[in-house]
Design a binder for this molecule. Structure first.
Ligand SMILES: [Zn+2]
Length: 366
């Protein structure tokens, strides 16, 4: 569907100029590293009084940011939930294209700090397949800092000739600073045996607009996989990342104004002929439509938005249609708050922020 040349704030298509308060744009809403014609891969952005915080950078993130009316100049931070391809494929264009260039007013105004998982420490069992050598055997499980540096190394010729100190702009290495998220010392997960033990949320970063907290969620594999919560002066938003139904996530999301949760459709995938073994495997690391309402209700969130939508197709870039009526009826059995079934560029306003309105604060029941 073509976008109108100038869409108004709140119509869900972005391109409005009003970024006051807190709002969320679902930039890409497909789940899985599968090319799709009508949905980009997973990425979201929280905007707080004009400051933008990007969560995940699946394929299409730069295009979707600019379609939403945002620019690199507004980006304060980038957060990566985990290192599956559908969440990190477009890391390079996201960070590289923001380097300031003379006479260009839409690129970074200040250095951007990136927060992502540390190294898993070891590969999952059975990976790679028997007899297959891993890529980069010296460091087969890079964390965020190693990933960032490795990407720049791989594109050294491009970076050296186009993105290092010159009349065109400053050194990209001074504008994007990666960080491995450090877990509290009291949390002792094991990458294989206990990837998401019960834990209290911990602070990742804080500035004048947001306090970002995180928890480990079960998404084997990779390890670690994080969910993030953003508390702002205008309400709170939680992103589940990819996870099976999670007690840690319920703890993190308690009383939040908006929960953006991943979802898969076990019944729908089996009905459309997906192999049972594959569906069962996926259900071990994702949350079914029959479970997500319970998560939202137990967390007492003001509104629920579904993203990372997996009734995926492996034989066509046209995914099966989302059975919205069935999903709404199923979720309504467990959760009575507003429900948004995500589509790309859906914009949600938190506590009166610009966008489709989520719940009033009165609904919260901690
Ligand atoms: Zn994913």
């Amino acid at each position: 569907m073509p976008l109108p040349a100038k869409a108004a704030p709140g119509d869900g298509l972005g391109h409005g100029d009003d970024w006051s308060g807190t709002s969320v744009v679902l930039l890409g809403t497909s789940g899985g590293p599968v090319p799709m014609l009508d949905r980009m891969m997973t990425s979201q952005v929280v905007v707080v009084d004009g400051a933008a915080y990007v969560i995940d950078c699946g394929s299409g993130v730069v295009r979707q940011l600019y379609r939403a009316g945002l620019t690199h100049r507004m980006i304060r931070n980038v957060f990566v939930t985990h290192f599956h391809a559908d969440h990190v494929l477009d890391y390079l264009p996201l960070v590289l294209l923001g380097r300031p260039i003379q006479s260009c007013d839409y690129q970074y105004a200040a250095p951007v700090h990136v927060y992502g998982p540390p190294s898993a420490g070891q590969l999952p069992p059975g990976v790679p397949a028997p007899g297959v050598a891993p890529v980069n055997p010296a460091n087969p499980v890079p964390g965020m800092v190693d990933l960032h540096n490795g990407v720049l190394d791989a594109f050294a010729y491009t970076v050296n000739t186009q993105y290092l100190a010159s009349a065109m702009g400053p050194d990209i290495r001074e504008y994007v600073i990666p960080h491995d998220i450090g877990l509290p010392e009291t949390v002792r997960p094991h990458p294989i045996d206990s990837p998401a033990p019960d834990m209290a949320p911990f602070t990742v970063m804080e500035d004048d607009h947001v306090r970002v907290t995180a928890t480990l969620v079960p998404h084997p594999w990779p390890f670690p996989a994080f969910a993030f919560r953003f508390d702002t002066d205008h309400g709170s938003v939680v992103f589940s990342g990819d996870t099976a139904a999670s007690e840690n996530l319920i703890h993190l999301a308690r009383g939040a104004d908006l929960l953006v949760h991943e979802v898969m459709d076990v019944q729908g995938m089996l009905a459309t002929g997906r192999p049972e073994r594959m569906v069962t495997f996926l259900h071990g690391c994702h949350t079914d439509v029959s479970e997500v309402g319970v998560v939202a209700e137990r967390a007492g969130v003001g509104a629920l938005a579904l993203s990372h939508i997996v009734p995926l197709s492996l034989d066509s870039p046209n995914p099966p249609r989302v059975p919205s009526r069935r999903w709404r009826a199923r979720i309504a059995r467990d959760y009575g708050g507003p429900l948004f079934i995500g589509r790309d560029l859906m914009r949600l306003g938190v506590l009166g922020g610009p966008g489709q309105q989520t719940a009033p604060p009165a609904r919260r029941h901690r």
